[in-house]
Design a protein around this ligand. Structure first.
Ligand SMILES: Nc1ncnc2c1ncn2[C@@H]1O[C@H](COP(=O)(O)OP(=O)(O)OP(=O)(O)O)[C@@H](O)[C@H]1O
Length: 252
């Protein structure tokens, strides 16, 4: 589905990605790990066609991303950004309804079906009671859930999420991770950044470690999240162990 070939990217003279290649398959839950500022968000933006690689190629379904019309791409791919302050004054249900935009022509209105799936998405995320609230008055975590509901309303097959648990409380973090697992069984693909090895063990079948502009390793999290990689990437000692049949990474 996504294929990157020797991607390089620089902001001006600052080289961020130094030649990375990978493939992502459908129904994967991929977590991109790496230290602050290593280029995770930049990579997501390249995958969404918001930024063009300085060198190398990125394909979606064998077509170069920047040659795909945004409307076509966003019927298949939904983006949930890390920080979202926009949508000033809109009600939650209207923000979620905006997920239907890639299906609309310039002058067509939202119909009954659009409104139905909007409410269903809010219900799926357990936030139906927020539907008439003003979006900008919500907490950061609640906004995150609203944006996920919007992505569901978009009926995309692929969700690109930038640190989706950022700002969510402990319970909502794991509720969201469980929701991701549940949705991936319905053939949805998730590509997300993460700062939490435990979450990656919990939810992902693929992990990609970015380190100094290159891919250190990509593959099964159980194989690639190792103490020496944690040390190398985050410069911290850790112990990786199994508790209640779950792998966890403890910082020492
Ligand atoms: N628009 C921009 N112009 C110039 N430099 C930028 C721009 N956006 C990001 N950068 C720089 O590029 C580097 C990579 O940023 P990016 O946001 O991709 O990192 P990240 O891995 O997602 O970080 P974090 O984990 O902190 O969210 C950082 O050093 C950042 O300061």
């Amino acid at each position: 589905m996504f294929r990157a070939e020797n991607l390089k990217f620089s902001y001006g003279k600052k080289e961020i990605l130094k030649g990375i290649s990978f493939e992502i398959n459908s129904s994967d839950i991929v977590s991109i790990l790496g230290p602050n500022g290593c280029g995770k968000t930049t990579l997501l933006k390249i995958m969404l066609g918001f930024l063009k690689p300085t060198e190398g190629k990125i394909y979606f379904d064998n077509k170069e991303i920047h040659k795909i019309k945004p409307k076509e791409l966003f019927q298949k791919v939904a983006y949930i950004p890390q920080i979202h302050d926009g949508a000033f004054g809109y009600l939650v249900k209207d923000v979620v309804l905006m997920g239907r935009m890639p299906y609309k022509t310039l002058f067509s209105n939202y119909n009954k079906y659009d409104k139905e799936i909007t409410l269903k998405a809010l219900d799926t995320l357990g936030i139906l009671e927020l539907k008439d609230e003003i979006y900008t008055t919500l907490s950061g975590g609640q906004r995150q859930l609203v944006l996920i509901a919007r992505a569901i309303t978009q009926q995309a097959d692929i969700f690109i999420m930038d640190e989706p648990v950022n700002g969510l409380d402990f319970g909502n973090q794991y509720k969201l991770l469980n929701k991701i697992k549940e949705l991936s069984k319905k053939d949805l693909t998730f590509i997300k950044t993460s700062h939490y090895p435990d979450h990656v063990f919990f939810v992902s079948n693929e992990a990609l470690f970015l380190d100094r502009g290159k891919i250190l390793e990509k593959g099964d999290p159980n194989l690639i999240i190792r103490e020496e990689n944690i040390k190398r990437v985050y410069n911290i000692e850790s112990k990786i162990t199994t508790v209640y049949n779950r792998k966890v990474c403890l910082a020492m």
